[in-house]
Design a protein around this ligand. Sequence first.
Ligand SMILES: Nc1ncnc2c1ncn2[C@@H]1O[C@H](COP(=O)(O)OP(=O)(O)OP(=O)(O)O)[C@@H](O)[C@H]1O
Ligand SMILES: [Mg+2]
Length: 261
Amino acid sequence: MPFTIALWHQKGGVAKTTTAISLGACFAERGHETLLIDLDPQGNLTSGLGFDPEQARGSAADVLLGNDTLATVSRETCLPGLDLAPSNPDMVTLPRWLHLREKYEPLLRQALARPEVAHYRVAILDCPPMLGPLTVAALTAADLALIPTQCEYFSVQTLANSLDLVQLVRGRTNPRLAYRILVTMFDGRGLLHSRILAQLQGVFPDALLQSMIGVDSKLRESQLAGRPITLHANSSRAAQQYRQLAEELLTYAQRSVQEAA
Ligand SMILES: Nc1ncnc2c1ncn2[C@@H]1O[C@H](COP(=O)(O)OP(=O)(O)OP(=O)(O)O)[C@@H](O)[C@H]1O
Ligand SMILES: [Mg+2]
């Protein structure tokens, strides 16, 4: 099964989707085949890679409803080795269907365990910014919950809720779920971000990743262009920082696979 990372934080706009695209591109660039799965009815991951969610024929909804497999709904992106299972309007009503279904939690994990997707080294799941069945299914499938946060009061305040869900899923459907926190949109020029960063380091000495992502307007431009940052601005600061993050997570994944063996 691919090493599975779920981008999750209940707070909106903390760079879950930006991290999913950029990290996926960095893994693919290093030769690790990566499948991105857009679980957000907003479809930002899909449009950020240049596809129109309104036009996408298959989506993760078809997979979770049992009508299709990940292999059939996935498509190649502009970057070799980076594939996408898109979101489409069917995702909007999906949470309601899932609620009605008994035992919906392991459906995504089962889809990722199928032989047709075994060639992917990594799967990255982009969660919506809400507690709900899509997020629970994603965290049940994941080896790692990657929680991006800004060094801002509201983001850090919501962190507790996001971690509560990780604990809940760990207790109920996925005991092996680990989590790591990633600081995004960091701006060291003011005092506030540095102060909040120091607090995060104090509270989460092990879970806070070494890699950090600074503010970089090239990321916004790249989403408008529908291309990952590594293609849009190969040597930008954000591209370099996401490469460093990919490196740190690959080391983490190798270590956790060895420990589990
Ligand atoms: N490092 C960065 N520097 C500058 N802008 C950024 C950075 N990371 C993300 N952004 C911008 O911040 C906005 C929110 O990012 P993004 O959509 O990835 O967040 P999200 O957590 O997925 O949001 P949602 O919860 O709504 O799904 C976007 O406009 C994105 O381009
Ligand atoms: Mg998003």
